[in-house]
Write a protein that binds this ligand. Structure first.
Ligand SMILES: Cc1cc2nc3c(=O)[nH]c(=O)nc-3n(C[C@H](O)[C@H](O)[C@H](O)COP(=O)(O)OP(=O)(O)OC[C@H]3O[C@@H](n4cnc5c(N)ncnc54)[C@H](O)[C@@H]3O)c2cc1C
Length: 382
């Protein structure tokens, strides 16, 4: 068996490692356009729930990864200068580059062959192969070449966001809401190493245009955002790394596998579907896909058709459920300026926690008792 994987991001690397470890006699080859130490973005974040799946499905990996991560037991909402902590809502984070290098080392140890610096135009270039795995990210060339079969659907969210880093190591995953003279902004920020944090800035399209961010270059945008969040950055700079303004694409595919002519093809990770960063990182989903595809081969052996069917049968219901919650969560962000006006910090934190429909009051009382005591006390006083 020869598996050809396009993309050495989290999805491609983890799948390659797992499948080669499971079937040492199979040839597993990865093709990647970038160098091994190239990266974009800064840290990646995992919720406690996301790590629970890793602990269950890949306990050895979990044990090796945990000591490398920054972890904290709560999330914080900052609004009108007031901070509200939501206990029981823990997260962990790691630098994306460190995670990739950790996965590269695992791949090397089991004999996965990775070619760096090769840009692929067509999936057929990966032939001969028994399976082509498109782990090639949001703009997936594999998906684009086989678009008629995969049937991708994309909804572009209206908000604009830019991914920065900063040298201020924030205490925990925090959502900070700030008004500028041009409108409302929110920053999602968290520490991913002892000295660095991810700092994603988001605003609605009208604010973005009023602020002139649609006409500014990289450096001017960075300085503008530093000004909006000056109180939160406390003198630290924002760091740019291809931090261009984007609209988030909610992508999913009607079909998960296709016939590439030279071999069957399947998509995993961002190539398959994206979910707004507010509900769990793309990295977590990429990991889950890799684990599910490896497990499907564990059941089906070298029967590729059976493995692809098992992968989709097991994984699709989970993904679709999460996709609905992610949809509701991303639409909450599309109306955050109006919510900032309506609620104070505690009210906004409660509205945020119940945004996706996955949390009701009873569940929140279980997982975030301290936070809910404050919410209940407020309700009694009103
Ligand atoms: C600018 C940006 C910053 C981000 N920052 C963060 C962050 O800080 N935290 C977070 O949790 N998530 C972040 N994300 C999202 C996160 O990166 C993805 O959800 C996650 O990496 C998905 O993993 P993946 O392996 O599916 O895809 P990717 O990580 O995108 O990997 C796909 C790989 O395929 C390769 N590839 C693509 N086309 C070709 C080709 N033609 N030939 C050869 N190789 C190819 C790419 O170079 C890439 O290495 C960011 C996304 C973007 C766009």
């Amino acid at each position: 068996m020869r598996l050809a994987i396009l993309g050495a991001g989290p999805a491609g690397l983890l799948f390659s490692f797992l499948i080669k470890r499971r079937f040492p006699g199979w040839t597993v080859e990865v093709c990647e356009q970038n160098a091994p130490d190239a990266t974009f973005g800064f840290g990646v974040v995992f919720s406690e729930g996301a790590l629970a799946f890793l602990e269950r499905d890949a306990p050895d990996l979990y044990r090796q990864l945990m000591p490398r991560m920054q972890a904290w037991p709560m999330q914080r909402i900052v609004h009108r200068g007031e901070a509200v902590d939501i206990d029981g809502n823990g997260f962990s984070a790691i630098a994306r580059l460190e995670l990739n290098q950790f996965l590269q080392a695992l791949c090397a140890a089991v004999g996965v062959e990775i070619t760096y610096g090769r840009v692929l135009a067509e999936p057929a270039e990966l032939a001969p192969a028994d399976l082509i795995v498109g782990a090639d990210g949001l703009n997936s060339p594999v998906r684009r070449a086989l678009e008629a079969q995969f049937g991708p659907q994309i909804e572009w969210l209206d908000n604009r966001f830019a991914w920065y880093g900063t040298t201020r190591p924030f205490e925990c995953l925090t959502l900070t809401f700030r008004e500028s003279e041009h409108g409302a902004f929110v920053a999602h920020h968290y520490r991913y190493s002892p000295a660095m944090s991810t700092f994603i800035v988001e605003c609605d399209a009208a604010t973005w245009r009023r602020a002139g961010l649609d006409r500014m270059g990289d450096e001017e945008s960075r300085v503008y955002c530093e000004g909006v969040f000056a109180a939160d950055l406390a003198g630290h700079a924002l760091v740019s790394n291809r931090s261009i303004w984007r609209q988030f694409p909610l992508l999913h595919n009607l079909n998960w596998s296709a016939d590439a002519g030279v071999a069957p093809a399947v998509l995993i990770g961002d190539a398959l579907r994206t979910m707004h960063f507010s509900i769990g990182s793309g990295t977590r989903l990429a990991f889950e896909d890799a684990i599910a595809l490896d497990r499907a081969f564990g059941e089906s052996g070298a029967d590729v058709g059976a493995a692809l069917a098992a992968f989709e049968r097991e994984r699709r219901p989970v993904v679709e459920k999460l996709f609905d919650a992610a949809h509701r969560s991303s639409h909450w962000y599309e109306s955050f300026p109006e919510r900032m006006r309506r609620f104070d910090a505690l009210g906004l934190a409660y509205d945020y926690m119940t945004r996706s429909g996955r949390m009701n009051d009873d569940r929140l009382r279980e997982v975030a008792p301290r936070f809910m005591r404050a919410v209940d006390a407020r309700a009694r006083a009103e």
